[in-house]
Design a protein around this ligand. Sequence first.
Ligand SMILES: Cc1cc2nc3c(=O)[nH]c(=O)nc-3n(C[C@H](O)[C@H](O)[C@H](O)COP(=O)(O)OP(=O)(O)OC[C@H]3O[C@@H](n4cnc5c(N)ncnc54)[C@H](O)[C@@H]3O)c2cc1C
Length: 465
Amino acid sequence: MTLTLTVPPRADADRLTGLPVAVIGAGPVGLAAAAHLLEQGLPVVVYEAGNQVGMSVRAWGHTRLFSPWRYVIDDAAGRLLEPTGWTEPRRSSLPTGHDLVARYLEPLAQAPELARVIRYGIRVDAVSRQGMDRTRSTGRADTPFLLRLRTADGVEDVTARAVIDASGTYTSPNPLTAAGIAPAADLGHHVVHALPDVLGADRARFAGKRVLVVGAGHSAANTLINLAALAKDEPGTTLLWAIRNAGTARLGADAADGLAARGQLGSNVHGLVESGRIEQLASYEIDDVRPDGDSVTVTGRRAGEPFAVTVDVVVNATGFRPNLNMLREIRLGLDDIVEAPRALAPLIDPNLHSCGSVPPHGVAELAHPEPNFFIAGMKSYGRAPTFLLLTGYEQVRSIAAELAGDHQAARDVQLVLPETGVCTTDVGGSSSCGVPATNEAAEGSSCCAAPAPAAPPASSSCCTN
Ligand SMILES: Cc1cc2nc3c(=O)[nH]c(=O)nc-3n(C[C@H](O)[C@H](O)[C@H](O)COP(=O)(O)OP(=O)(O)OC[C@H]3O[C@@H](n4cnc5c(N)ncnc54)[C@H](O)[C@@H]3O)c2cc1C
């Protein structure tokens, strides 16, 4: 069928001149994107929904990263920070999320060049092309992007010559049900987001409660280890652990795990199961979750038979997925399974790859049918759980070079993620982030992890879920 365009071409290249590149999100990757764009001499505006940088990192700030400082600071960001008198943290030590914000993201956002271009308290609600929904083709590449911004004062529309969506996935958890659809009932305070600060700010929500943790990855394990520590001091705290598969092979239960750190985490949580301090509910496929008086009842099937538990609180540690609502009018090229850009998806499919084996990639793999539109950072991995900051920094370096017209530099992606060593620390020996190939990994519940040997359990490390 031939599509007849009734609207005459209405764009010319001049319409883009002088417009900034819009970056959505002032997390580590959004800020790095801005740093690279500025270095390329391109105008940029960063829109951040929160009133501060690193809003998602703050939410899990009590958690210790598994990557040491040398793997979480972007090069261009470092060059912006250098003249400000910033003191680089010891490169081999492991920051917590709060450290990452206080010692890197905040100073970076205050660097004069960046401070001028970040706009806080602005949520990007929608991205489109000016006067063009996704069905219009003629002159599309030369037509400015249109961003609908939501602020405390109302709604504002702005234009941009290119868009980098670095809005992360942390605020879009996978639903609890095996079908991937959110339970119909309003569960209110009964369901808690992944990685609650069990031994700190969120203690009262769990002390003396019957708690169900759902998910087979390392964030579930971290949460369970912290809950077990809490249960020692708070009688009546009862722990259940729901996993969809028959076992938790990816947690690495012993020395056979190539990763000392991950093996340790796995050993710890398996030890708690064996000692009876955690009741593991394997092969549990959750169908529904409903409030039940002051409690909540989780119904489903175990080995095909109906099964239900009633608890006070459920911790959803099932992983994250990208929120694509605001990109409805953008021509995306996403993989059907992982929801990552099509060329990137095979490189990060959690059934096949670990975070240590993801090849470096840039603008070529991140391109969408929509010219000059990119998803970068955590969100670029879609439902795959193994994203690392170093990967994101190379992504945005490549995108910035492309937008500046340096196509060769854009395609000359560097090996930023060594097969091993990215999780090497000076406190816990070495680890990699290898995740065994299992079907469950594809469910977005895999994770990289390293020990938090110098820290209490509350600061234990985890990856994305
Ligand atoms: C517990 C945990 C531990 C991790 N540990 C490591 C580690 O050790 N090493 C490592 O390399 N990686 C680690 N990661 C993975 C990854 O590096 C982080 O998730 C990182 O925060 C991703 O950065 P980002 O900039 O892509 O997204 P985010 O940090 O999620 O930032 C997104 C930003 O966008 C803003 N935003 C969202 N929607 C909008 C909107 N519509 N409009 C405007 N702004 C918006 C948010 O407020 C937020 O500030 C970890 C992740 C988690 C969850």
